[in-house]
Design a protein around this ligand. Structure first.
Ligand SMILES: Nc1ncnc2c1ncn2[C@@H]1O[C@H](COP(=O)(O)OP(=O)(O)OP(=O)(O)O)[C@@H](O)[C@H]1O
Ligand SMILES: [Mg+2]
Ligand SMILES: [Zn+2]
Length: 506
């Protein structure tokens, strides 16, 4: 007798329904799993056998064949344990499960029969809904994640025995989503902790409002890292759609904390400068998302950016422009979203003191060589440059508590609302994503502003991309000011964010 149960695997951040067919026949005792099962799936044989026996059921001494269909799709992971075990129990007549077609079943079994947390439950739940299956049997530790999607019944259990009992007697109610605050939210950092640095705080506010990329240059200990870590505190919470996208990525990478539902705060990722290309953009045997996708809808902070290997920085060029990364590997082809705001921080020169008031011991050549590690195409992708000065004793002594993150956040939220309305039918969210047609449409300058920009364009031989960036940043500054048109002060403020490093326009 053969039996069939529904489960699902995932590739990238998308779920794929898989049916688990179990057939048990007379013959020499054996246990085989077919259907492009990876090593992790094949290992499930030992777990399934031990957990069936240790849960007090009988394991058949016969020929067992498990087929995972569709057979042309690679399968990996441990979530097939539970449907395989249940299939064996049904086939051997130890339980009945007449309405099994209405359920998606997944979970990893331990040798003692307990259910362990698995990855990818959110994309799997969404795939179930797409296929009109609304009942899910999942490990208790995945309950919050699965039940965060409305309109489904999530049945969560601790072990195999409880599940068999539930299928027989239907004595459990679906798990109720608790709507707990996402634990990915950070401890109470606030912009008011940072003394002075008003121009840099303003640049970060503009960058946060329009989702622009920003480079902070400053001597050691001036507060660059401190400022960057406070940017998430001025970003609005994620919309439901954005929250789903982010949680899917955290779900498949196993970065979702136990008991955590949808992530509603923008993520903040701070990869170390020794990170490899694969760690940054993703890949590997299982095609996992990298840091740039974990930063999707949030912030990617590249501290000490010049310490990163040059080739690692160069791979960022394409995703920074396209807001997605396509990985083509032996394991398949996947696309991960990566629409984030980049904050980069660096010292201005090898000794760190250039333009900070303290004597710089570097030569012009050393300084230029240092900065040139950020190639010009990468520099071109930075919208705002800001200098973080060291504070003198008087500044620190006389400093009164600055503006709180809460109050800055209100302005950022208001300007993002304006952008949302503006781009409702354009398929983008932020000013930083405007293409040349949209720049022409939404970034009109008056006569005086056109003259100013024209002069600067020819004097400093700006690239067309830099020209577009100035207009996009001007648009964001005008939005923060609730101004329909880009006025002269908006443009001049935007121009201030282009000047730095060796006093050149870049
Ligand atoms: N503007 C500031 N207001 C309050 N504290 C500050 C400020 N700047 C620096 N500090 C203090 O100095 C410490 C070091 O600052 P931070 O790590 O942000 O400097 P940095 O510019 O990133 O230096 P580096 O270039 O060495 O990485 C902070 O943890 C903080 O305690
Ligand atoms: Mg630092
Ligand atoms: Zn120096």
């Amino acid at each position: 007798m053969a039996t069939k149960l529904n489960t699902s695997s995932f590739l990238g951040i998308e779920g794929n329904i898989v049916s688990v067919e179990v057939d048990i026949e007379r013959g020499l005792p054996s246990f085989n799993i077919v259907g492009l099962a990876g090593t992790s799936v094949k290992e499930s044989k030992e777990r399934v056998k031990a957990s069936i026996i240790n849960s007090g059921f009988e394991f058949p001494v016969r020929k067992i064949v498990v087929n995972l269909a569709p057979a042309d799709m690679k399968k990996a992971g441990s979530l097939f344990d539970l449907p395989i075990a249940l299939g064996i129990l049904i086939c051997t007549g130890q339980m009945n499960f007449d309405d099994c077609d209405d359920f998606i079943i997944l979970g990893e079994l331990s040798l003692s029969g307990n259910l362990n947390k698995v990855r990818g439950v959110l994309p799997i739940t969404l795939e179930g809904i797409k296929n009109n299956i609304k009942n899910f049997i999942v490990p208790a530790e995945n309950a919050e994640e699965c039940s965060s999607i409305k309109g489904i019944n999530c049945y969560a259990f601790e072990n195999l025995k409880q599940i068999v009992h539930f299928i027989k007697y239907r004595n459990s109610l679906p798990y109720k989503h608790k709507k707990i605050q996402s634990k990915t939210s950070r401890p109470s950092l606030d912009f008011s902790d940072v003394f002075g640095q008003e121009s840099c705080k303003r640049a970060l506010e503009v960058a946060a409002a329009g989702n622009h990329n920003v480079l902070m240059v400053g001597p050691p200990g001036s507060g660059k890292t401190m400022l960057a870590k406070r940017v998430p505190t001025i970003l609005p919470n994620l919309s439901y759609e954005n929250s789903l996208e982010v949680t899917k990525i955290y779900s498949v990478t196993g970065n979702l904390n136990t008991g955590e539902g949808l992530i509603n705060k923008p993520p903040f990722r701070n990869p170390h400068h020794t990170s490899t290309t694969a760690a940054l953009i993703g890949g590997g045997n299982n095609l996992m998302p990298g840091e740039i996708s974990l930063a999707h809808n949030g912030v990617l902070f590249l501290d000490e950016v010049l310490e990163f290997k040059k080739n690692v920085l160069e791979v960022l060029r394409q995703p920074l422009e396209e807001k997605k990364i396509i990985l083509n590997r032996a394991a398949g082809r996947v696309s991960f979203p990566c629409n984030f705001m980049t904050i980069m921080a660096t010292n201005p020169c090898p000794c760190g003191n250039f333009a900070s008031g303290k004597p710089c011991t570097c030569t012009d050549y050393e300084r230029k060589r240092y900065i040139s590690k950020l190639s010009s195409p990468l520099m071109d992708r930075i919208d705002l440059f800001t200098f973080v000065n060291s504070l003198n004793f008087k500044d620190i002594q006389n400093y009164k508590k600055g503006e709180s993150s809460k109050s800055i956040k209100k302005r950022v939220e208001a300007s993002r609302k304006i952008q949302k309305k503006r781009f409702k039918s354009q398929g983008i969210q932020y000013n930083s994503e405007m293409n040349s047609t949209l720049i022409k449409k939404y970034c009109k300058l008056n006569k005086r502003s056109t003259e100013i920009l024209g002069k600067i364009y020819s004097k400093y031989k700006l690239t067309t991309r830099a020209y577009g960036k100035i207009l996009k940043v001007s648009r964001t500054i005008a939005d923060l000011d609730h101004s329909e048109y880009i006025e002269e002060p908006h443009l001049t403020e935007a121009l201030c964010y282009r000047k730095f490093i060796n006093d050149d326009f870049i």
